[in-house]
Design a protein around this ligand. Structure first.
Ligand SMILES: NC(=O)c1ccc[n+]([C@@H]2O[C@H](COP(=O)([O-])OP(=O)(O)OC[C@H]3O[C@@H](n4cnc5c(N)ncnc54)[C@H](OP(=O)(O)O)[C@@H]3O)[C@@H](O)[C@H]2O)c1
Length: 335
């Protein structure tokens, strides 16, 4: 690739400031040239802190910057699709945060925008760029743990600040949208299939009305199950266990993976219940957000195709919607 791809970031979102921007600034193929905020002073301060050359006091001004090739969109969930479409129509490629939309129907608008503009658009599920997930999928495909029957996913944190976007029901807050989306996306990734039906139990916060505890079973073809629990009001924890007929893989920090030390997965041949057949695999130190930015840049440069086109994001939204539907009706439902 001749030169690094020039990115602009719409908003001073925490995920951008703390993780994605610094990672992409250290990546092989990306540079961050501009940032926009609804408030110019906030944009300027953030740009200075992060060493970004240009700061804009509105998202529109950033989209009008002809030197910007791609936009990273970490806006709150209800603004993902509207601003992604505006950016594409302004001639930019867009990497948009998860979950891609509020509904599958809204997500489908991006398929039309892609056709109209010819721009690359993708959902920022950085975990699928992380070598620990790719290694887990390779082990599954190799047959080392037999036939995979079940995936069990736990993801929780404790956050009751009503001002946080995660605690605002009307703009796409709640546990299923924020972190349940990972449980679903990664099971679809490992199984390489779509769930046929699901059932769920949802407990909502009485004041904020967001789902604060959601548990679900998703049935995949071939009698394979994902069970997951996500919570916004539980002790912080994350773990994924992939159960095969002859062995097991455990991904220790599956989502907020470390970038300063190796990610670790455990592969256990199940010979006893005390880890006698378990080995720990250390993956080389990496930053999943840098890998994500570089993978996107390679697609824009025409070096490779998107592994997960926007249709995948629509499909993930269909599953999220079905889990919500089941939680409301108490019935099994299909995406
Ligand atoms: N991939 C990951 O690892 C990961 C991790 C965390 C979050 N996320 C996703 O990233 C997105 C942002 O999450 P976050 O926690 O970083 O959010 P955040 O800190 O609350 O930032 C959201 C930003 O959006 C802008 N904004 C515009 N309209 C807004 C409105 N009506 N209400 C609130 N903010 C508004 C604000 O920027 P300005 O004031 O500068 O305009 C605000 O700083 C979410 O979609 C979330 O799901 C992804």
């Amino acid at each position: 690739m001749a030169s690094k791809m020039a990115w602009g970031v719409i908003s001073t979102a925490k995920i951008g400031r703390k993780h994605v921007i610094p990672a992409m600034q250290n990546s092989a193929l990306c540079r961050i040239d501009a940032i926009a905020s609804r408030d110019l002073a906030t944009a300027r301060t953030t740009a200075d802190e992060l060493g970004i050359a240009r700061a804009y006091g509105s998202y529109e001004e950033l989209l009008a910057d002809p030197a910007i090739e791609a936009i990273y969109n970490p806006l709150p969930n209800h603004l993902h699709v509207p601003w992604t479409i505006k950016a594409m129509e302004a001639g930019k490629h867009v990497l948009c945060e998860k979950p891609i939309a509020l509904t599958a129907e809204e997500a489908r608008l991006l398929i039309g925008a892609r056709a109209r503009t010819g721009k690359v658009v993708a959902e920022a599920f950085m975990v699928r760029q992380n070598p620990q997930w790719q290694r887990a999928r390779d082990i599954v495909r190799s047959g080392e743990i037999g036939e995979v029957r079940a995936i069990q996913t736990m993801f929780s944190y404790f956050l009751t600040d009503p001002a946080n976007v995660r605690n605002q029901a009307d703009i796409g807050g709640g546990g299923l949208m924020d972190i349940g989306c990972y449980a679903i996306a990664t099971a679809r990734y490992i199984f390489g299939a779509e769930p046929s039906r699901m059932v769920s139990v949802i407990d909502r916060d009485p004041q904020m009305h967001t789902d604060r505890l959601t548990s679900a079973i998703l049935e995949f073809p071939g009698a394979r199950h994902l069970t997951f629990t996500v919570s916004t009001q539980m002790s912080p924890h994350q773990r994924v266990t992939i159960m095969g007929t002859t062995g097991r893989i455990e991904i220790l920090v599956p989502f907020n993976a470390p970038n300063q030390r190796p990610c670790q997965i455990i592969v256990d041949d199940g010979r006893d219940l005390f880890g006698g057949g378990a080995r720990v695999e250390d993956l080389p130190v990496n930053d999943q957000y840098a890998l994500q930015g570089d993978a996107f840049a390679r697609v824009v440069r025409g070096e490779t195709e998107l592994e997960f086109p926007i249709e995948d994001a629509v499909q993930n939204m269909r599953c999220i919607e079905a889990v919500f539907r089941s939680g409301a009706t108490g019935q099994w439902t299909s995406p």
